[in-house]
Design a protein around this ligand. Structure first.
Ligand SMILES: [Mn+2]
Length: 590
């Protein structure tokens, strides 16, 4: 296999990455790609990009390129789907209340709003509730149900939560409620004694794609109920609700929950982004109106950077009900008002996050531990997860950020190769509670055990990580030759959208001449330049790059090795190709 140096040699000097990353090209099998390229009548570079997305045969590639709702697996592939649909129909027919309980994040609020919107067609007695992050913590709480429906027993349906809440399910059952759990989290060894559990990970569940978000599972439940009712002639006089209109919520929840965007997720998200163009959901429409202006249809990036933070701000700063209500309402002026409140919460959230991140990054900079443990007594508990992600991004080591006093709450983020859940389990006897998975986890801890925890964490992390190389990696997908057509590349790039987990945006690399390198922005922290391809100069931008970067680039301007994304930039109705600089190589000095 070729190494980066086979492609790029900056004046014969040995080089290092400006951002201190190890440049690493994604794996492909040239021979197999060539064969596929001939079969599909596509250029080799296209097939290589697809192959890097784990699409290894013509069938997979065609399904990926042409996602179709007709290819969604049937809802009845889910274990117990038919029973769930029957129970919902039966309870609605009896006039019993249906209480939806969702988590407090974007996945949870989109799930609850979606299911609520659908169930309104069956019954007027629909309630939605979400736990209070600060009072209740994560998951199903019996209190939530009895608070919104004090003395009537009906049916509880969880979305995006509940699979680990045996105790709460038992107490609901005791007080006469029926319970359907729908969730996408890993089931524990002992399942709660609910009436029905819908979860793709359940033993014996034959649903072929496991990585749905909570909102994907909720959407499948609506498909199951609708299919059953259509078969029974429930909508013989009126038209059955069109589930396609709910896919915008599926798109928002699925993208925000960072699940694998392949298979059914890709099909649903892509269709959801398309229908979002008609702006059916009044709440989403109002939220877009207070977010960054935009003259293109919704895409995954806009969800991740504009809509999701605003929807999450409710649960982080205050209470998730505001976001859930916004997505469920059909009242224009109410929606506009709620969207404005969310936007304000989000501004407050942003300001606090950057304040805390600054402090956390300062502490991290002087800490040489293999696993960073950072604590701030007055840090906001709803924000420590975001702060932990920022520290990981910068230091490429596992990180735990804790807040509070007395009883501390912590949020952990890890790097590939270090299973955070396992690491915490090795310190389990010191922790009050902990849970999560390989990449992210949460915990609580008595403050007086903090020093012991820090020491143990370091010992265990050293043992687990061994000689693990923590140098951050700059992934590279495709080397661009000077004779390639950037427009053709970019058009194919657009076809691969939406980008996310399992389908990352392609990263290109090349060596080319640059000119007009200069700093822009009010803080002079973005960098503008032009790059030469095929005798044409193209505009480029590097976000968050300073004077030092500009100087380094200028030093190697006539042959610069750069890693970048390709984007269309829309400005005053003009569509131009733009390079987004991610990293570049500079000569090794010492
Ligand atoms: Mn979720």
């Amino acid at each position: 296999m070729k190494t980066i140096n086979d492609y790029i040699a900056v004046n014969g000097l040995s080089v290092r990455s400006y951002k201190g990353r190890r440049w690493q090209q994604s794996r492909t099998d040239k021979e197999q790609c060539r064969r596929l390229a001939r079969k599909l009548l596509r250029p080799l570079w296209q097939v290589e990009l697809l192959y890097q997305r784990q699409l290894y045969d013509a069938g997979q590639i065609n399904d990926f390129i042409n996602p179709s709702l007709h290819n969604l697996p049937s809802p009845f592939e889910f274990k117990a789907m038919r029973q769930a649909a029957r129970l919902i129909r039966e309870m609605a027919a009896k006039g019993r209340p249906l209480v939806i309980v969702g988590d407090y994040d974007v996945d949870g609020v989109t799930s609850a709003a979606l299911l609520g919107r659908f169930l309104k067609h069956l019954s007027p007695k629909i309630f939605r509730c979400h736990p209070d992050r600060f009072k209740d913590g994560y998951g199903l709480k019996a209190r939530l149900v009895t608070d919104c429906c004090p003395d009537c027993q009906g049916l509880v349906i969880t979305v995006d939560c509940g699979i680990s809440d045996s105790g709460e399910v038992a107490s609901l059952k005791e007080s006469g409620w029926q319970v359907i759990i729908t969730d996408h989290h890993q089931p524990p060894p002992h399942l709660p004694k609910a009436d029905i559990i819908i979860n793709p990970w359940l033993a014996g569940c034959s649903f072929p794609f496991k990585e749905l978000a909570g909102v994907g599972v909720a959407f499948y439940l609506t498909m199951g109920v609708r299919n059953l009712l259509v078969a029974e002639g429930f909508w013989s006089k009126t038209e059955a609700p069109n589930l396609k209109n709910l896919l915008d919520l599926v798109a928002v929840g699925t993208v925000a929950d960072m699940v694998n965007l392949k298979g059914p997720n890709r099909i649903m998200v892509k269709a959801g982004l398309e229908i979002s163009g008609h702006k059916q959901n009044i709440g989403l429409r109002s939220l877009m109106a207070v977010s960054a202006a935009r003259d293109k249809p919704l895409d995954a990036e806009y969800i991740s950077f504009q809509l999701a933070p605003r929807l999450n701000a409710a649960g982080r700063m205050n209470h998730a009900e505001l976001a859930s209500e916004l997505l469920a309402t059909d009242d224009d002026s109410l929606a506009a008002q709620m969207a404005r409140s969310l936007d304000l919460e989000n501004s407050r959230r942003k300001e606090l996050t950057s304040q805390i991140s600054g402090q956390a990054l300062d502490i991290a900079a002087s800490d040489k531990s293999r696993c960073l443990l950072i604590h701030g007594r007055d840090w906001h508990e709803g924000l420590i997860g975001i702060v932990a992600s920022r520290v990981v991004d910068q230091f490429a080591r596992p990180v735990i950020v804790m807040a509070g006093e007395g009883q501390l709450r912590g949020s952990a983020r890890s790097i590939p190769g270090v299973n955070m859940y396992d690491l915490l389990a090795r310190c389990g006897d010191l922790l009050t509670t902990f849970g999560g998975h390989a990449a992210a986890a949460g915990m609580s801890l008595a403050e007086n055990k903090l020093p012991a925890f820090k020491e143990r964490l370091e010992t265990e992390a050293r043992e687990m990580m061994g000689e693990l190389d923590c140098q951050p990696i700059q992934a590279l997908d495709l080397y661009i030759n000077q004779d390639m057509d950037l427009k053709e590349l970019l058009n194919f790039n657009e076809l691969l959208q939406p980008f996310g987990q399992g389908n990352p945006e392609p990263i290109f690399f090349t060596d080319c001449a640059l000119r007009n390198i200069r700093l822009i922005g009010k803080d002079k922290n973005h960098l503008r330049f032009e790059a030469l391809f095929n005798h044409k100069w193209y505009k480029g931008i590097g976000f968050g790059l300073n004077k030092r970067a500009a100087q380094s680039l200028a030093d190697c301007y006539n042959q610069c090795a750069i890693a970048f994304n390709l984007r269309y930039n829309q400005f005053r109705g003009q569509k131009t190709i733009e390079l987004q600089l991610l990293d570049f190589l500079i000569p090794e000095t010492e």
